[in-house]
Design a protein around this ligand. Structure first.
Ligand SMILES: [Zn+2]
Length: 112
């Protein structure tokens, strides 16, 4: 089974994003430069996150079907790993800001 979407990216022509469901799980392709390069491009990522904003083909309702295909696949596990790493990154940024504030206070001879 296959579902494809046209997604408006940075180039004039929309990119074609294709999702295939097979016994082995889910595969996803996009013909943007990053996708051609084997990277996880934002076009597939946003659709897999349920975001329909970039879709210019008139089948946005098929995203619901796609999300049901995602459940329990390696793609879903990898997607959650990216989300978790991004969350850790955000938390690390907050920790760095706090630590620098304490450093600034310590440098002024104040305990915090
Ligand atoms: Zn792409």
């Amino acid at each position: 089974m296959e579902i494809s979407f046209l997604v408006q990216g940075s180039s004039q022509e929309p990119y074609k994003v294709v999702f295939r469901r097979a016994e082995a799980g889910l595969s996803a392709f996009c013909n943007c430069p990053a996708g051609d390069n084997g990277q996880a491009c934002k076009h597939r990522l946003s659709i897999l996150n349920g975001d329909v904003k970039g879709i210019v083909s008139n089948n946005t309702q098929e995203v619901t079907t796609l999300l049901s295909w995602l459940v329990g696949t390696n793609v879903e596990m990898a997607l959650r790993a990216v989300e978790s790493a991004e969350l850790q990154l955000e938390q690390a940024k907050i920790a760095v800001t706090k630590a620098k504030k304490s450093l600034g206070a310590a440098m002024r001879g104040k305990a915090e």
